[in-house]
Design a protein around this ligand. Structure first.
Ligand code: SF4
Ligand code: SF4
Length: 793
């Protein structure tokens, strides 16, 4: 946990949903403002900050352990369910702690009671004075405070406190060091607050914050920064504000929200001059729609030239869907924006299982058909941006490979062979699962014809009854289920639906036996499995072929993932229990190719984790891993499939010390093919990997030394005769000259510096001075890219 901790009286909590749809506990501008105001009034506060959220119990304990009996949650539509669930957890364990909510809850959710949430009070505006008044007043008297709502209330009865038009009484959260400067990109600089009671900062105050932040920017680097306001153009000194931004020309790429209804071509020009690079346009009525055509020429010019990115938020409750459809078609076909940058909400039809306001469904056939067509045309087989993190999680679940930094002692993925877990199971699972975890259920994901909607973000969703039922059951267990993969098993062919994300076609994947696998370009996700001795032989043949040639015999291996790959690596995550299959009798089966249980969810999580340690240690004692030559590079897999005895496993691992290297190279190539231009379109047969086992240029040098010069993941690839190397630290692919590649190969072989120079002399017939110069230059280049693990010269 990382917190900015000091002697404090009030803890602030804000859960932010990242674009990848995971929660982090993060700084937030309203929290920063309130904290700055409290500080000025002699009240110290602390913000809970955590990017790896544990399970609910641990999370509640972490927040309680900050030591304050007054906790303030910033609550909005995104984090409502999590805030509510956590509030109940805290209250159940410490009834005396005061919990206060503030934020745009009233306008976003229309709630009329805090009783169910167990929150003691809610502040809907004038947050700073509200919090301070609550803090200074005994809880029994809270009802009498103007800005505050307690217990059950009707939104119509919301008290009308005096409006404040200037926010300048609030000190800067940046200049008071309550929000670190490097968080400004995410937290933004506040321009104004609203909409019910609009209040703004003055130009001087805004400028002072920008000046302060700009002074801490790296020279020449444009930093994204959101100017936070309901509508930038409603600032009372709007023209002056833009002039200030233009004249100061700070190093920021600003993002701002503006109502489309007031946009003009002149305004667009002014905004661009002021440094606005991303514009979120709210389309609230028919008049606003008219502006799209009026400004389209300018918008197109700005979008096409890359000067401004436009996002459209169509939130026309009463607007004719036909008109919206025409405008949507227009902005997409004109290239003003992409569908991933449009949020569409129209009617108000179905209930949300999360207790959010009714979903705004897209009911008109024309609009639905267009969205289906657009998603079908553009995203048929592609994994969408918001699906990507969950697909990566699914890959981890299948392979058993989890980044060490992602393992926080709580389970990330649980799969069941049925479509729904009951309340009791969620009650038990919540002790195991971290906040950002996902449940995988096995059932058809058919939702054809179901309502389409978006919940205030650009993600188009489609009602998925399986998702809704699971969210409901989890909610009854006071657990907040965010992610669910629906997997339909069609005999080694699977169809996947993620959460309730809309897609025109389901994601398809196949799981093949290793010995029978073939390339299948239709399936974007493929897994291969070692299920019997013949598969194992096939796998070992491939490993040996690669090690002796540096090449791959079967090109389908690169796009495919090997199920339970962790077994062949140097690390096992069993004792962290990041994944498990949950059997019908609640038994926990932690690995995919092995049906051994490590306990039941009816047991305490602590006991189950203990059992994984016992099992691991017993196996290692039995095999005498401590005195084994393979100990450093073997994962010591304790969950072997039935056909594979521990004797056979150990024999393979000892005879082939390079298996984990092979698996790592396959995974690296998979990554490079997905993420780099150099590798994207190459045929895998055209790649050779040069290593200490096999060399492209220096194959004649068979002496292998002891020295390891390079970090583990530095590799030399020869693509159709061109040497390139990938440096994970920088994420870059470097093309090398042949001369440099030769030096690299000789270093891979672990030869001493004198031996390397000797070989260079023999190969190139150069004088000593030139050899030293070339070698030193190569070492300097490798050092500059962060590739070397030790000093060489
Ligand atoms: S090869 Fe066998 S004995 Fe050696 S470390 Fe691996 S599991 Fe242990
Ligand atoms: S026990 Fe084996 S299969 Fe399971 S996580 Fe460890 S290495 Fe992977």
């Amino acid at each position: 946990m990382s917190t900015l901790w000091s002697e404090s009286c009030i803890s602030f909590v804000n859960f932010k949903k990242t674009p990848e749809q995971f929660f982090i506990a993060e700084h937030q501008i309203d929290c920063g403002n309130a904290r700055a105001y409290l500080k000025e009034n002699g009240i110290e506060t602390v913000q809970y900050v955590q990017d790896k959220l544990p399970n609910l119990t641990e999370l509640a304990e972490e927040i309680i352990s900050l030591g304050n009996s007054f906790i303030v949650f910033y609550v909005n539509k995104d984090n409502y369910l999590l805030s509510k669930t956590l509030t109940r957890h805290i209250k159940e364990s410490e009834e005396d702690i005061n919990i206060v909510w503030f934020g745009p809850l009233k306008e976003e959710l229309n709630i009329d009671s805090l009783v169910d949430a167990k929150t003691d009070a809610y502040i809907s505006f004038e947050y700073e004075t509200g919090i301070i008044n609550l803090f200074k007043t005994d809880r029994t008297q809270w009802d009498s405070i103007d800005e505050v709502l307690t217990g059950t209330f009707q939104t119509a009865n919301v008290c009308q406190a005096k409006a404040c038009s200037s926010l300048d009484f609030i000190p800067s959260p940046y200049q008071t060091k309550l929000i670190p400067v490097d968080k400004a990109g995410a937290a933004g600089v506040m321009i104004g607050r609203g909409p019910d009671r609009e209040a703004f900062f003055s130009i001087e105050r805004i400028s002072s914050d920008l000046e302060f932040l700009n002074g801490r920017n790296k020279k020449g680097q444009e930093v994204p920064l959101k100017l936070t306001a309901r509508d930038l153009s409603r600032h009372p000194e709007y023209d002056g504000l833009l002039q200030m931004l233009e004249s100061k020309a700070y190093q920021f790429a600003y993002e701002a929200d503006v109502s489309l209804g007031c946009l003009t071509v002149r305004m667009l020009e002014q905004l661009v001059k002021s440094g606005i690079r991303r514009l979120n346009l709210a389309v609230a009525d028919a008049a606003a729609l008219g502006k799209i055509e009026e400004c389209s020429g300018k918008m197109k010019e700005l979008a096409v030239s890359g000067k401004v990115e436009f996002r459209f938020l169509f939130e026309c409750g009463g607007l004719d869907e036909e008109a919206m459809l025409n405008n949507l078609k227009f902005i997409l076909t004109e290239g003003i924006t992409g569908i991933e940058n449009t949020t569409i909400s129209t009617g108000d039809k179905s209930d949300s299982p999360k207790g959010l306001p009714k979903r705004s469904c897209i009911s008109g056939k024309g609009l639905r058909d267009y969205i289906a067509h657009y998603y079908g045309k553009n995203f048929k087989r592609k994994v969408l941006f918001h699906e990507n993190p969950l697909i990566n999680g699914f890959d981890s679940y299948m392979t058993g490979i989890y980044g060490q930094s992602n393992l926080n002692g709580f389970t990330k993925h649980v799969s069941v062979e049925k479509e729904e877990l009951d309340v009791d199971q969620y009650e038990k699972l919540k002790e195991y699962m971290s906040i950002n975890s996902a449940v995988y259920v096995n059932t058809p994901a058919a939702s054809e014809g179901a309502p389409i909607y978006s919940e205030g973000s650009s993600i188009i969703r489609q009602e998925n009854p399986v998702f809704d039922k699971n969210v409901q059951a989890a909610k009854q267990a006071n657990y907040c289920l965010e992610h669910l993969l629906t997997i339909e098993d069609k005999n080694r062919h699977y169809e996947l639906k993620i959460d309730d994300y809309y897609r025109a076609e389901p994601l398809r994947l196949e799981v093949k036996k290793y010995s029978e696998a073939k390339m299948n370009s239709d399936a974007p996700l493929d897994f291969i499995r070692i299920e019997n001795e013949s598969d194992l032989e096939s796998f070992l043949e491939e490993v040996d072929y690669f090690i002796s040639t540096g090449r791959f015999n079967k090109s389908y291996l690169i796009p495919s993932f090997l199920v339970d790959s962790c077994r062949w690596l140097d690390n096992c995550s069993l004792t962290k229990l990041p994944r498990f299959r949950l059997a019908d009798d609640n038994q926990i089966l932690p690995c995919l190719d092995c049906n051994k249980s490590v306990g039941s969810i009816d047991d305490m999580q602590f006991d189950v984790i203990q059992q994984t340690y016992v099992l691991t240690e017993e196996e290692q004692l039995k095999r005498d891993c401590d005195s084994c030559t393979a100990a450093d590079y073997c994962s010591k897999c304790a969950m072997l499939p039935e056909f594979l005895s521990s004797e056979r496993y150990c024999e393979i691992r000892k005879q082939r010390p390079y298996i984990s290297y092979y698996i790592n190279i396959v995974n690296l190539l998979k990554f490079l093919k997905r993420s780099t231009g150099t590798f994207r379109d190459i045929r895998i047969n055209d790649v050779m990997v040069s290593s200490k086992y096999v060399s492209y240029y220096t194959g004649h040098v068979d002496h292998i030394g002891e020295t390891e010069y390079f970090h583990q993941f530095v590799n030399l690839f020869i693509i159709n005769g061109t040497p390139v190397f990938y440096m994970p630290l920088t994420g870059k692919v470097y093309k090398l000259t042949e001369h440099l590649a030769v030096i690299m190969e000789l270093m891979f072989k672990g030869l001493s510096v004198d031996e390397i120079k000797g070989h260079l002399r023999d190969m190139y017939k150069l004088g000593d001075d030139q050899i030293i110069k070339d070698f030193n230059a190569a070492v300097e280049l490798f050092a500059n890219t962060g590739s070397l693990k030790r000093a060489v010269i």
